[in-house]
Design a binder for this molecule. Structure first.
Ligand code: NAP
Length: 486
C-alpha cells in the first residue's frame, strides 16, 4: 500500500492532452518495489497508438504555448517548481518505493529535479538574438532563436524525476511542447509530476506522458513522426544508438545522455582521506546506479595499499536495506536482471585474477540486493573495466606513472565524467585537459547541479543539459536578412 499525504499524486494512467487516460488497448503493467518485490500499482500499458495521440496533442498545443512570452511561461514553471518542492516528501516516498534509493537521496533528487524547472524558467528570459554587422548598407542581418517544436523525451529509471525535469525545464521554458516516455520500472514519479504540472496551470497538451512497456514501439512512433522535431534521450548507449539511427530518417535534432565509465584517479600526492570519502560518495550513491558513478578506481602505487585499506574499512560498514529505513545507505538494485549483471561482472573479474576484499551480506528479506563490494587487481582487459558496473562495487586498478594513469582512464569508449585527486597544480591542469570526458571533478565528486553543463563526449552522448548551454539544445537559430533599406 502507498500512503501519501496527498493521495491524488498517485496516478496509474497516461497523461495526454491534459487528461488521464487508459492505454487504448486497455492493458496495464505492474510496477514493483525493488526492496520487497511487492506490486505497487498497475499502470496503463500504452503503445505506439497512444504515443501518436500524444504527438497530436503536443502539436496542437504548440502554437499557443510558443506564442506566450518567456515571462508568461516562466510564471507557470515557477508555480510548478513551488508545487514540486511543497510535495517533496510525497514525491520522495513514491520514488523510494518504485526505485529503491534511500529516502534521503530521493528527497535530494526531488530538489535537484525542481531546480531545473526554476533555473530554466529564468534562463529562457535571456534567449537573446544577434545583429550581425552588415555586408551592405541596404540591408540588416539579424539572428533570432525559436523553439524547435514538439520534443520527444525518453528517460531512465535511475533518476526518475530529475532526468525528466532536466528535459522538461528547458523545453517548456523556451516554448516547445513535449511527449515523454518514462522508464517502465519507474512511471509513478513521472505521473506525479504531471499532476503538479496541471495544477501549476501548464495548458493541456503542452506536456504529455505515455507510460508503457513497448519501448521500441513508442520510440519508433516518436522517431518516425515528422511532427516531432527533436528526440532527447537519457539511457543506455545501445538504445541511444538505435534512436540516433531511427532519427536520421526525418533528420531530427537529437540530445543523447548515454552511459558512462567514470575513472577516479588517486595520485601519490592526494589527500587520501578526501579521496576515499569522494570515491565512496561517488561509487555508492544510488547503490552505484548513476551514469557518473566512479566505475574504475585507479590508484597510484605509492598510496595504493593505504587507499585500499581505508576504502575497504569504510565500505564494509555501509548499511544495506530498504530505502525507507533511515539507517539505510545502500538500497536494492532496480531488478533481478541488474543483480545478475553485477554478479557476472564481479565473478568474471575474480575468475581472471582480481581479489575480493569485501562482499558483505544482504538482508534475507527478498528484494534485489547486492552487497557493497571492493575488488582489487582489476585489469583493463576485464569486462568490469570496460562496462558500466551499475552496482555497489569498487573495482581498483593499480598504476605507476601519471601518463600510465591517464592512458588507463581514457581507455574506454565512454566519456561522461572523470575524477582525480592530487595537490599538484601542474598535474591538475595536465590531467584535467588530458582526460577525454565531458565533465571532470578535481578533488571533488559532487559535480552536478542545474547551473553546469552536464553531458559527455565519445559514446557518452551529444548535447548538454542544465546551465545556460542547456537551452541551446531546444532552440533553432534563424537568420533574417532585412533588405531594401536604401
Ligand atoms: P535503457 O534501457 O536505455 O532505458 C532508458 C529508457 O529507454 C527507458 O525509458 C526505456 O524504456 C527506453 N527504451 C528501452 N529500449 C528502447 C527502444 N528500443 N526504443 C526506445 N526507448 C527504449 O537504460 P536504463 O537501463 O533504463 O538506464 C541506465 C542507463 O542510462 C545507463 O547506461 C546510464 O549510464 C544511463 N544514464 C545516463 C545519464 C546521462 O546523463 N548521461 C543519466 C542517467 C542514466 P523501458 O523502461 O520501458 O525499457
Amino acid at each position: 500500500m502507498i500512503s501519501l499525504r496527498e493521495p491524488s499524486l498517485l496516478k496509474d494512467q497516461c497523461f495526454i492532452d491534459g487528461q488521464w487516460c487508459d492505454a487504448h488497448s486497455g492493458k496495464t503493467f505492474s510496477v514493483a518495489n525493488p526492496a520487497t518485490e511487492e506490486v505497487l500499482a498497475h499502470v496503463a500499458d500504452g503503445d505506439a497508438v497512444d504515443a501518436d495521440r500524444a504527438i497530436v496533442a503536443a502539436s496542437r498545443a504548440l502554437p499557443g504555448w510558443r506564442s506566450l512570452t518567456a515571462r508568461e511561461r516562466a510564471r507557470c514553471l515557477h508555480r510548478w517548481f513551488e508545487l514540486i518542492m511543497s510535495h517533496q516528501e510525497d514525491l520522495a516516498l513514491l520514488m523510494t518505493l518504485e526505485q529503491g534509493k534511500p529516502l534521503s537521496e530521493a528527497r535530494g533528487e526531488i530538489a535537484y529535479a525542481a531546480s531545473f524547472v526554476q533555473w530554466f524558467a529564468e534562463e529562457a528570459k535571456r534567449v537573446y538574438g544577434d545583429v550581425i554587422p552588415t555586408t551592405g548598407n541596404d540591408r540588416r542581418l539579424l539572428v533570432i532563436k525559436q523553439p524547435v517544436g514538439v520534443v520527444a523525451a525518453i528517460t531512465p529509471w535511475n533518476f526518475p524525476s530529475a532526468m525528466l525535469a532536466r528535459k522538461l525545464g528547458p523545453a517548456l521554458a523556451v516554448g516547445c511542447t513535449v511527449v515523454a516516455k518514462p522508464a517502465s520500472e519507474t512511471p509513478l514519479s513521472a505521473l506525479a509530476l504531471m499532476v503538479l504540472a496541471r495544477e501549476a496551470g501548464i495548458p493541456a497538451g503542452v506536456v504529455n506522458v505515455v507510460t508503457g512497456t513497448d519501448a521500441r514501439g513508442i520510440g519508433e512512433a516518436f522517431t518516425g513522426s515528422p511532427d516531432v522535431a527533436k528526440i532527447t534521450f537519457t539511457g543506455s548507449t545501445a538504445v541511444g544508438k538505435q534512436l540516433l539511427r531511427a532519427s536520421a530518417e526525418t533528420v531530427k535534432k537529437v540530445s543523447m545522455e548515454l552511459g558512462g565509465n567514470a575513472p577516479v584517479l588517486v595520485f601519490d600526492d592526494a589527500d587520501i582521506e578526501r579521496a576515499v570519502a569522494g570515491t565512496i560518495a561517488s561509487k555508492y550513491r544510488n547503490a552505484g546506479q548513476t551514469c557518473i558513478c566512479a566505475n574504475r578506481i585507479l590508484v597510484q602505487s605509492g598510496v595504493h595499499d593505504r587507499f585500499v585499506a581505508a576504502l575497504n574499512a569504510q565500505v564494509s560498514k555501509l548499511a544495506v536495506g530498504n530505502g525507507l529505513d533511515n539507517r539505510t545507505q545502500i538500497g536494492p538494485l532496480i531488478s533481478e536482471r541488474a543483480v545478475s549483471k553485477v554478479r557476472k561482472l564481479v565473478d568474471d573479474a575474480v575468475a581472471r585474477g582480481a581479489s575480493m576484499l569485501t562482499g558483505g551480506s544482504v538482508p534475507g528479506t527478498g528484494g534485489y540486493f547486492y552487497p557493497p563490494t571492493v575488488i582489487t587487481d582489476t585489469r583493463e582487459e576485464m569486462a568490469i573495466f570496460q562496462e558500466e558496473i551499475f552496482g555497489p562495487v569498487s573495482a581498483v586498478t593499480r598504476f605507476d606513472s601519471e601518463a600510465d594513469g591517464l592512458r588507463l582512464a581514457n581507455n574506454t569508449r565512454a566519456g561522461l565524467a572523470a575524477y582525480f585527486y592530487t595537490r599538484d597544480i601542474g598535474r591538475i591542469w595536465r590531467v584535467a585537459e588530458g582526460l577525454a570526458y565531458g565533465m571532470v571533478g578535481v578533488n571533488e565528486v559532487a559535480i552536478s547541479n542545474e547551473v553546469i553543463p552536464f553531458g559527455g563526449v565519445k559514446e557518452s552522448g551529444i548535447g548538454r543539459e542544465g546551465s545556460r548551454y542547456g537551452v541551446d539544445d531546444y532552440l533553432d537559430i534563424k537568420h533574417i536578412c532585412l533588405g531594401g533599406l536604401s
